[in-house]
Write a new protein. Structure first.
Ligand code: HEM
Length: 218
């Protein structure tokens, strides 16, 4: 009989978390597209368009809240998944695709949260970006290049919002969607492989039993 141990439960939990991640990405992507209908990625328009979405457009506040909740929940789910997979002993080479997609999914979720910091054009986002860009720019070789990509110039401007918005809504959201599909598919595939291995082991045990009995009676 198969014993249910903690690793078995954690593996089921990992598959469940992969389903939750994919659901959250879909909610964030759909609500993100709805926000894009009214959002204006510019210094003059970002704050005002998000105020309009929240206060004037019917259902706008709900869509914005759903987007923020799903986006932030994805970060926690993807990070939790790494612990669950590790303690569920899913660290063998066979789980490589699951690990790789899970790790990059967590990174793209963090990236989505990070690129969103300037999208609402408020004081906190502005000063946070300014400090972080100062640190990034001081890194050797890649620092100034990355800073130029994010800022799109010397200082924070409409171009910065457009660059961050493009990375957020095209690059990272497509990456997160693709990775969450690959991640779930990899875990489901491994589940099937595990079940097959268990069935083969049970079948060979069953055929070995009568032979043992035969030897014992001789
Ligand atoms: C995989 C899909 C996506 C994820 C996981 C995601 C995640 C996030 C997160 C974490 C935030 C910050 C929420 C906060 O302030 O706490 C955010 C904000 C935002 N996202 Fe996305 N996003 C996704 C797709 C998109 C798409 C496709 C668009 C538009 C085409 C978009 C547009 C926005 C905008 C305009 C904001 C600022 C809204 C606000 O400050 O309330 N997002 N997103």
């Amino acid at each position: 009989m198969r014993t249910i141990n903690s690793a078995w439960i954690l593996r089921r939990l990992a598959t469940l978390l992969a389903v939750v991640s994919l659901t959250l990405v879909l909610v964030a992507a759909i609500t993100g597209i709805l926000l894009a209908f009214y959002y204006d990625p510019s210094v003059k328009g970002a704050f005002e368009s998000l105020r309009q979405i929240t206060e004037e457009i019917p259902g706008g506040s709900l869509v914005r809240s759903l987007h923020n909740i799903a986006g932030n929940a994805l970060i926690y789910t993807a990070l939790l998944q790494i612990f669950v997979m590790f303690f569920g002993r899913q660290h063998q080479p066979a789980w490589f695709t699951g690990w790789l997609s899970g790790g990059f999914l967590a990174l793209s979720a963090i990236g989505l949260g990070w690129t969103a910091m300037i999208l609402d054009w408020d004081q906190i986002g502005y000063w946070r970006l300014k400090i972080e860009m100062g640190t990034l720019g001081s890194l050797p070789v890649l620092g100034p290049i990355l800073k130029a990509i994010f800022l799109g110039g010397d200082g924070i401007s409409s171009t910065t919002i457009t660059h961050m918005y493009t990375i957020h809504s095209y690059l990272l959201s497509v990456a997160a969607l693709t990775l969450s599909v690959i991640h779930l598919a990899a875990l489901l595939y491994q589940e099937r492989q595990n079940l097959r291995q268990i069935a083969v082991a049970a079948a060979s045990e069953a055929t070995a039993e009568p032979e043992k009995e035969l030897v014992a009676t001789r």
